[in-house]
Design a protein around this ligand. Sequence first.
Ligand code: HEM
Ligand SMILES: Nc1c(Br)cnc2ccccc12
Length: 290
Amino acid sequence: ALHLAQAEDGKGLDDFQKVYNAIAEKLRDEDEFDGYIGYGPNLVRLSWHVSGTFDKNDNSGGSFGGTYRFKKEADDPANKGLQNAARFLEPIAKKFPWISHGDLYTLAGVTALQEMQGPKIPWRPGRVDADEKDAPENGRLPDASKDGNYVRHYFGRFGFSDQEIVALLGAHCLGKTHLENSGYEGPWGAATNTFTNEFFVNLLNENWKLEKNDAGNEQYNSNKGYMMLPTDYGLIQDGKFKKYVEKYAKDQDAFFEDFKSAYVKLLENGIDFSKLGKAYVFKTLDEQDS
Ligand code: HEM
Ligand SMILES: Nc1c(Br)cnc2ccccc12
């Protein structure tokens, strides 16, 4: 059965906005991380990895139990590099001991996206810490060396449509690949900490060359120093995915709207929030300064 959301007792919008602000202020302070990309992209990746272990067939994995806090999950080779995001969040967890790990990991992704000028992401609390025995086994996160058919099959486990898959992968406008983490390198040129539709624009406009990188893995490189993973490139090799890539390259608002919906679905997969009130929409730091 689905996990029933149980919000942290007595906590409301103002309490969670305080957590949001603490994360957002730390993001601004620690801007030098990863060649001045900052922690934003890494936090977004953590929020996806803690949710991407979900399997709708037995409702195992997913963001509910906050089991990333156990070595069994954190040490999954697919999570290499996310120790930075986890370390970033330790003082936040200490300052707000009442928030569950699942709520913290997902709220941190929402905060990072909004502070990087992404869409407003409605967010609901209620994830409850589970035990290490509930942590999913390694191997549930995707393999970047594969093609579009693999990507469609992989996300089938979450019940995502082609449109949702393409929208979600638009998050690869953020940050970069690091050879020591995933065996893929670059792009320094296009690595960004601003949420836009440029992943789709780059996919369609650059002339991509398949090359072996220094780890011996094949990736697509462009003469402007951009890169795409084979799974990224699969979105333009597959006709059904490609039409959404073209839609989002032309219409950033449509991308923002569809990304928001798919990302909420990713973060909430496997959880029954029906007993809770409506979702919270947090103000950005800029919106609170004025
Ligand atoms: C087919 C599915 C996917 C594959 C194979 C994939 C693979 C990867 C790989 C290999 C990296 C580089 C990690 C590193 O070397 O540090 C990466 C980074 C990243 N991924 Fe994905 N990813 C997928 C889906 C997603 C989704 C659904 C999201 C979010 C909604 C996402 C967000 C990110 C972000 C923000 C980064 C940059 C992290 C950083 O700069 O530290 N990815 N991804
Ligand atoms: N910035 C990226 C581009 Br541009 C293309 N692909 C990626 C895959 C993972 C992380 C970042 C990127």
